[in-house]
Design a protein around this ligand. Structure first.
Ligand code: AMP
Ligand code: MG
Length: 423
């Protein structure tokens, strides 16, 4: 079982984000069970093995343009080139069955197979056609231009995609171009999700005095849907040890990952800790970050050596989502067997100063927009409280201020994660 190392809590330390992320990454082993799926249902799945190309793509040299095909060796370099047009137009999907003689050219359409002996295509807009001849000025074309070569996209016998590839639209098209109709993929990662807290109510229930609606399950369900994992929704669980134990055991039995929110902050942690201690080796971390300090992670064991990984996120709605992106998202992709794909970030100039002390990471809600002078600029949205979910919906990005970073001056560049494709 993965060793999470001595608890930094013992020394009263806060754990840097990077250390926590590394400890998680080191502990996880990807799932290995595979299945075969039709290509059309493979979007978002992870390839279990390399896809080796059974054919050359394209299968023949072919034209990249609508124009006239001829022998590049016949191009004159210091005077116009003139060629006699012969034969029928070569259309895509058709093979020209008569030879093209020296001094001749043939009209050809994009994607059509290059007739034998011809290696160059002059696009129709670069030549003049009159009285059965094509002429083109010196210097407009080089020999071999506008010809796509056999196998230039994919060579037969070479891996077209490697194991661990997360299949997107382009990958589906590439596999189809090889004539492959089914793929071996890893089974979907199963993630059990529940919220904890006596004060929480489910949609449709009346909102009792002092209660709030459970919003984390909806945010997290959305985030998990983007990841393409199979979600097992275990609903809402009150802070009741017996109910928590039963839900936890069901989650361990059914899922690879147990994702919870709430119940790991100092006040709650004691009874949650006892419960988890009896089922695995979960570390409770105080992470040096804002929002999202309390966080727990580790393996939980069920019957017949079944292990599930617990990611216990803080309850505050912004903290829950931010810690999901910081700790859970990459880890779930790794567990699902996918090659790493870090969240895309970009640099933007801060239009205002941002106060920040070194020694913790901060993830502040912000609006990124194109700067008048080019590039991007970023301004923070208003209140940054960890419970203010509106700050996420009013923002379009998170400003990511690293552990060592100090205050930001006006005009300094900062890293941002765009919500587009993220939240
Ligand atoms: P906790 O981490 O359980 O101490 O919760 C911290 C704060 O987040 C409290 O104000 C909770 O009411 C709130 N909270 C916890 N879980 C949820 C949830 N699922 N949806 C919305 N707010 C929550
Ligand atoms: Mg709670």
């Amino acid at each position: 079982m993965a060793e999470l190392g001595p608890s930094p809590l013992a020394a009263g330390n806060e754990l840097p984000v990077a250390v926590a992320r590394q400890a998680i990454a080191d502990a996880l082993r990807p799932i290995t069970e595979r299945e075969t799926v039709p290509l059309l249902t493979a979007l978002g799945r992870v390839l279990a093995e390399d896809v080796v190309s059974p054919i050359d793509v394209p299968a023949h040299d072919n034209s990249a343009m609508d124009g006239y095909a001829f022998r590049g060796a016949e191009l004159c370099t210091d005077s116009p080139t003139s060629l006699v047009v012969t034969g029928p137009t070569v259309l895509a999907g058709m093979l020209l069955d008569q030879p093209v003689q020296p001094g001749q050219c043939v009209r050809i359409m994009t994607g059509a197979v290059m007739p034998a002996g011809l290696d160059t295509v002059v696009p129709q807009e670069l030549c003049q056609v009159a009285e059965g001849r094509v002429s083109l000025a010196a210097g407009v074309l080089r020999a071999g231009e506008n010809r796509r070569k056999q196998g230039e996209d994919l060579a037969r016998g070479k891996p077209a995609l490697t194991a661990g590839r997360l299949l997107g639209p382009a990958e589906l098209g590439l596999v189809a171009s090889l004539g492959i109709a089914e793929l071996r993929v890893l089974r979907r990662l199963r993630v059990a999700l529940f919220s904890t807290g006596n004060e929480l109510r489910t949609l449709g229930q009346p909102l009792d005095e002092g209660c709030i609606y459970d919003s984390n399950r909806y945010s997290l369900m959305g985030a998990l849907a983007r990841l393409g994992v199979e979600v097992i929704d275990l609903g809402l669980v009150p802070d009741d040890p017996a109910r928590l134990a039963a839900t936890l055991d069901e989650a361990i039995a059914r899922a690879d990952v147990v994702l919870t929110s709430g119940g790991v902050s100092v006040g709650d942690a004691d009874h949650t800790k006892d419960l988890l201690a009896s089922r695995g080796e979960v570390a409770f971390w105080k992470v040096a970050m804002r929002p999202g300090r309390p966080f727990a992670f580790g393996p939980l064991h069920g019957g017949s050596a079944k292990t599930a990984w617990l990611f216990a996120l803080p309850g505050n709605p912004v903290a829950a989502l931010v810690t999901y992106y910081v700790f859970a998202r990459d880890a779930l992709l790794a567990l699902a067997g996918a090659q790493p794909r870090p969240l895309p970030s970009l640099k933007a100039r801060s239009v205002a100063a941002i106060r920040k002390r070194p020694g913790r990471s901060e993830f502040q809600r912000a609006i990124v927009s194109p700067a008048a002078e080019g590039g991007w600029e970023v301004r923070l949205t208003g209140a940054q409280g960890a419970g203010i979910l509106r700050s996420m919906t009013e923002a379009n990005a998170l400003v990511v201020l690293g552990h060592e970073q100090g205050s930001v001056a006006v005009g300094d560049e900062v890293s941002v994660w765009l919500f587009e494709g993220l939240v």
